[in-house]
Every structure is written in structure tokens, then in C-alpha cells.
Design a protein. Structure first.
Length: 283
């Protein structure tokens, strides 16, 4: 029998009976649980859950929401229900370095991400040919201090018009204004070229080399108005030594950046990331 696949995420005050209330109603409509993850945050007293399940083809998303609504209301749940038949949409921002962009495009091409890249926006022309080769609309929107507000408004309008579920800053070397970062909060992921908050500003790998670091890494996080200070989704590192030059550190770092960013995007699109204040729960 054909089936629909859904993902339900929820959070609420922790109390007995939450899981039973949800799973009992899902059983009543013939749903079958494929994956279940729960977490009780003792510090806040809140309960978090991600539930992936299938349902018969004649059971719609509206049907699932209707049968679960009493449980949602009884426990005061904050919920999100996703029909996985719908391909999520990505809007990618990039500047000159294109390693993270190319990795996202490749992972999407082979089906690992399984998203629709609705457009690429850049303040440089460097990635135009890449976009054209992939059949992705490319927008060259340069930005200066005088044009920043207008350029960001165009980005926001494009995200809204295209129905983008996520904006990805794939080494987009512009600081988002408070206005744009606030309006995209929880829907924009950035990559930072180290463990936050170390080595901010220009030439981070030169800074790392000067400090004689033994580990370099990258951090993918939700973009906020505070530069490189958003809730962290994923991090990774590589061990280095005095033997590497700053340029060699940069090459190693870019490899980490592209992988970490792709993981964060994948987890977000798969509804595995729940925001809790300034941190995340990743199932």
C-alpha cells in the first residue's frame, strides 16, 4: 500500500504521558513509527521529541494534525509537522570562495540533500558560470555601505517569493544587518572558519598560524545579528602542526567548512535541529 512519510517535532513542559498521547493517536490512523528521538532538558524542564512515521496514502497532513490536535493542546506543545514528499527549497548566498557552494550543489545532485536550490545570490560574479551550468538562477547583487539595506531587502523578497525554507550563507562574506538576521532567525545557516568565537575578522588562518594552534575547525550555526555568535548546529576539527603554512591551513580549513555546512543544512532540512534559546538540540 502506498504511504506518506511525515516528521513531527515538538517541545513542551515535561510531564508523564506525552509520548503515549502522540503514539496512541498515530496508531489510530494506521501510522507506523520509523524513528523516534526524545530528550528531557533538566535545566529548563522541557521535553523535546522528533518522530518520523509513515501513514497510509489516504491519510493527509491535515488528517494527522486533526487527530493530534487534542494532544497538542492538552500538553501545550510547540509543534511542526512536515510532509517529506515536499522537497525543501534552498537560497544560497556566496561571495568569492565557492568550495562550500560547490559541495552543496554536488550533494544535492547525488540526492544526499534532495532539495531544490531556487537561486544563488552573490556580491561577486565568480559563481555565475557555476549557477548557469547547473541551471540555477544567479543574482549578482553587489553591496556597499550605501546600498546594503536595499540589497538585503532584495534578498528577503527573493526568499519570500521563491518560498525558500532555508537561506544558506556558503562563505558569504557580508555581515547581516540586525533587520535581516532577525527576520531570518532560525531559517539562515552560516559557516565560521574556526571554533566560535576564536579568530574573528580577516585572515583567520594567519591568526591561527601566528598562535601556533594544534587544531583548526569550522562551526555551522544559525545566523544572528551578533556576528558568528548564533546557536551552533555542527562543528569539526583537524589536527595540524607547526609544519603547515597559513595557506595550507586555509586549504585544510575549507575542506572542514564544506562538510560541516552540508551536515548542518541536511539536519535542518530533515527537521533534526530544535532551537532552545541560544543553543540547539540535534537529533
Amino acid at each position: 500500500m502506498p504511504q506518506h512519510s511525515f516528521v513531527l517535532t515538538l517541545s513542551c513542559e515535561d510531564r508523564p504521558g506525552i509520548v503515549a498521547a502522540i503514539t496512541t493517536e498515530l496508531f489510530a490512523v494506521g501510522a507506523n513509527i520509523a524513528e523516534s528521538n526524545q530528550f528531557w532538558d533538566r535545566q529548563t524542564g522541557r521535553f523535546f521529541m522528533r518522530l518520523a512515521f509513515t501513514a497510509p496514502d489516504n491519510v493527509s497532513r491535515d488528517d494527522v494534525e486533526r487527530v493530534l490536535k487534542p494532544a497538542f493542546e492538552r500538553f501545550g506543545m510547540k509543534t511542526a509537522l512536515t510532509d517529506q514528499a515536499r522537497r525543501p527549497k534552498l537560497l544560497i548566498l556566496v561571495s568569492k570562495f565557492d568550495h562550500a557552494l560547490l559541495h552543496l550543489i554536488y550533494q544535492n545532485r547525488v540526492g544526499w540533500l534532495d532539495a531544490e536550490i531556487v537561486a544563488i545570490v552573490s556580491n561577486h560574479e565568480d559563481s555565475r558560470r557555476t549557477a548557469e551550468n547547473e541551471g540555477i538562477p544567479f543574482h549578482y547583487w553587489p553591496v556597499t555601505a550605501e546600498t546594503k539595506a536595499a540589497q538585503e531587502e532584495k534578498i528577503l523578497q527573493l526568499a519570500t517569493r521563491s518560498g525558500a525554507d532555508l537561506v544558506v550563507l556558503a562563505r558569504y562574506m557580508q555581515v547581516l544587518s540586525t533587520n535581516l538576521a532577525t527576520r531570518l532567525y532560525g531559517k539562515a545557516i552560516n559557516i565560521h572558519h574556526s571554533f566560535l568565537p576564536s579568530f574573528k575578522g580577516a585572515k583567520p588562518y594567519h591568526q591561527a598560524h601566528e598562535r601556533g594552534v594544534k587544531l583548526i575547525g569550522a562551526t555551522a550555526h544559525y545566523a544572528t545579528a551578533e556576528l558568528d555568535d548564533g546557536p551552533i548546529i555542527e562543528q569539526n576539527v583537524a589536527r595540524v602542526s607547526h609544519r603547515q603554512t597559513p595557506d595550507e591551513l586555509a586549504l585544510i580549513g575549507r575542506d572542514i567548512e564544506r562538510v560541516v555546512l552540508a551536515r548542518a543544512v541536511d539536519w535542518h532540512l530533515d527537521d533534526r535541529v530544535l532551537l532552545v534559546g541560544n543553543r540547539t538540540i540535534v537529533f
